[in-house]
Ligand binder design. Structure first.
Ligand code: UD1
Length: 417
């Protein structure tokens, strides 16, 4: 079994280039099925989730050509088929095949999606949305069978501004007759990225990026083309790393506005950085201040960056708290940091971090989830001594070339067998 071996303490200097966003790319690939002949996506990250999605595309009789980070997908011979559980359970985003196959074929068979174990993560809002469009959803054990005679546009109010439900309903409604209005829609950049792809295929969509999205469905779509937005969570992770142990560390190819909430919080805790177009330059923050952090839907502080930020707060002089409002069990990595010397305590959705604590290397810490894994990598990079992490496939699911990117800026990190 592969492990990550990390020796901490090296100041990191040089440039880290940000890849295409995992959470956009995993929605854009399934969205391609809405096209009748072909589509093209630029800047697709080479991560495990994409490998699994491509396997699903093959099952659905699509072909594709990969050229560096570009993927051209041919959907001429697309056929509907049940999506096997061993693939759908590999990642959360397999649920986007519900929206696209329902749109194209009015019939879907798929098992409950997988993904990181960070809370209950129901998909009731997706299902309610499909039902509102006219579908019937039957659940047999772990399997969903979704059918519709036809889909008809309607007004859908989301009880919670869910990223997945917003995108999934948008996907299905492209082939619903008439107008669909999604109210209390999520506003994350991933939604704008998917909407722009659908618009390039010929769908009329307005309001993506706001709380009300209007989709005019029913038109045959084709020839989609888009570029995956830069990964805002990868960018946030490496900017936080810069505040921990950077020396003029350049984080390049990001969209600053997508990580504003994280940058504002970094300033609050005393970090300073330079913003150039598409780039942030950051060095180690010598005196980290404690803070109160609250995760929220976009444009609030992203839950996905909460775990890496926790590592920074272990270095703050004083007590910080993090209130997690999106998921109920997202403090597993924070508790694992105790093995490295951190003083963390979680109670319900509030985490308390007492600093400042020097961190020390630890052996065989099991990565609990993707972003928690990233947090442990950050902790290992500032710790004294050597850390080994197991279950690292969870990190490779979402961070393209993480070992190469960190090695290039001076980190001592390698995958060992
Ligand atoms: C997406 C991201 C994930 C990120 C999250 C919040 C992908 C593949 N994953 O996950 O990295 O952490 O957005 O930014 O893009 N909920 C329901 N019912 C539903 C749907 C969601 O109760 O039908 C709840 C969830 O349990 C969670 C909250 O709503 O508590 C947010 O979920 P959602 O925004 O849907 O996140 P995901 O799309 O799963």
């Amino acid at each position: 079994m592969s492990k990550l071996k990390i020796e901490g303490g090296n100041l990191l200097t040089g440039t880290i280039n940000i890849s295409g966003a995992k959470n956009s790319a995993v929605a854009l690939l399934p969205a391609s099925l809405l096209c009748f002949t072909k589509s093209k996506i630029y800047k697709v990250p080479k991560i495990r989730d994409i490998e699994y999605l491509l396997k699903i595309l093959k099952i659905l009789n699509c072909t594709y050509e990969i050229n560096n980070d570009e993927i051209e997908i041919n959907t001429k011979n697309l056929k509907n088929a049940p999506i096997p559980e061993e693939l759908s359970e590999q990642m959360r985003a397999s649920y986007y095949f519900m929206g696209t196959l329902l749109g194209r074929f009015k019939h879907v068979e798929i098992s409950f999606p997988g993904g990181c174990n960070i809370g209950a993560r129901p998909i009731d809002l997706h299902i309610k949305g499909f039902e509102a469009l006219g579908a019937t959803v039957t659940k047999i054990k772990n399997k969903y069978i979704i059918d519709a005679k036809e889909l008809i546009g309607t007004r859908i109010y989301l009880d919670f501004a869910s990223v997945g439900a917003t995108i999934n309903i948008m996907l299905a409604s492209t082939y619903a007759k008439g107008e669909t209005i999604i109210e209390n829609a999520a506003r994350e950049p991933e939604i704008v990225n998917v909407a722009s792809y659908l618009i390039s295929m010929g769908c009329k969509i307005t309001g993506a990026g706001t709380s009300t999205i209007i989709i005019e469905g029913g038109k045959k779509l084709d020839n989609g083309v888009t570029e995956v937005f830069p990964d805002r969570i990868e960018a946030a992770t490496y900017v936080i790393l810069g505040a921990l142990i950077g020396k003029d560390l350049h984080i390049k190819g990001l969209i600053k506005d997508h990580i504003n909430a994280v940058l504002i919080k970094l300033k609050d805790v005393g970090a300073s950085f330079t913003v150039n177009p598409g780039e942030i330059i950051i060095s180690k923050c010598e005196e980290v201040l404690p803070t109160k952090l609250v995760t929220q839907v976009y444009p609030g502080f992203p839950t996905d960056a909460q775990q890496p930020f926790t590592v920074l707060l272990t270095q703050a002089n004083g007590t910080s708290t993090i209130t997690e409002n999106i998921y109920e069990s997202r403090f597993v990595s924070a508790n694992l940091l105790k093995q490295m010397g951190a003083k963390t305590k979680s109670q319900k959705n509030i985490l308390t971090i007492k600093g400042k604590t020097p961190l020390k290397g630890a052996k065989n810490i099991e990565v609990p989830d993707l972003r928690g894994g990233a947090a442990l990598v950050l902790a290992a990079l500032i710790a004294k001594g050597t850390t080994t992490l197991t279950n690292i496939s969870l990190i490779l699911r979402g961070y393209e070339d993480i070992v190469e990117k960190l090695t290039n800026v001076g980190a001592k990190i390698e995958i060992i067998e």
